[in-house]
Write a protein that binds this ligand. Structure first.
Ligand SMILES: [Zn+2]
Length: 213
């Protein structure tokens, strides 16, 4: 089993959805490969944290995430803002946050070369925005916009970084997926931005302007 097949199977494996035969192969690979062993460990920890915060969260949010997860069980990963916010994030971000009202959020789209950055800012003082991206088949499927009280003295700048979501294109018809593969875009490919009582859909094709390249 190679690393990429292994990694595709890990989400199912840690949810106990894989067959005994597959489990054997996965465990064989882990014995030989330290990177993949660590990968599984990290994902298990993420899942634990996720389960833990899920229990504490508003019933509504939990219901929503459950729905998404059971729908796309094998392919869903949830990431928080930028990589940086994952590091500091899992320990305190999930505490006391709520899905933001669309009226409270200002969204800007900026393109630099082939990278498009969606930035979310709150119009309220003493809060910050935390966009949670839900990936489906290695591209962003949905972004849930959370708000949280800014009750930490230090990380204001870090939180600022965490309020961006970036999407990289090859050209106007091609998206670069998170695993580095290319995906030809159709009009059906879009990102749904989810707020408290509303959603906004953006066609991926509309995000990228070849003239700005
Ligand atoms: Zn490996």
């Amino acid at each position: 089993m190679n690393h990429s097949v292994f990694r595709d199977l890990v989400p199912s494996y840690i949810e106990n959805l894989t067959s005994e035969e597959t489990n054997k192969q996965i465990e064989n690979h882990m014995e030989q490969c330290e990177n993949c062993r660590q990968y599984v460990k990290d994902m298990q920890e993420d899942l634990l944290v996720e389960r833990n915060h899920e229990q504490k969260k508003e019933e509504k949010n939990v219901d929503y995430l459950k729905k998404v997860r059971s729908k796309n069980r094998k392919k869903i990963f949830i990431i928080v803002g930028s990589l940086l916010s994952i590091f500091i994030g899992v320990f305190f971000f999930f505490d006391q946050m709520w899905i933001a009202d669309e009226d409270d959020i200002q969204t800007t789209v900026q393109q630099q070369g082939t990278t498009v950055t969606l930035s979310f800012k709150t119009k309220n003082n003493h809060r910050y925005v935390l966009p949670m991206s839900i990936l489906y088949q290695n591209s962003i499927d949905e972004i849930i916009i959370y708000e949280k009280w800014n009750d930490f003295s230090e990380p204001a700048r870090i939180l600022e970084d965490g309020s961006n979501v970036t999407v990289t294109f090859l050209d106007e018809n091609t998206l670069i997926l998170f695993d580095g593969e290319e995906k030809k875009l159709t009009d059906e490919d879009k990102i749904t931005i989810r707020y408290k009582n509303s959603t906004e859909e953006i066609k991926l094709k509309d995000l990228y302007n070849p003239k700005n390249k």
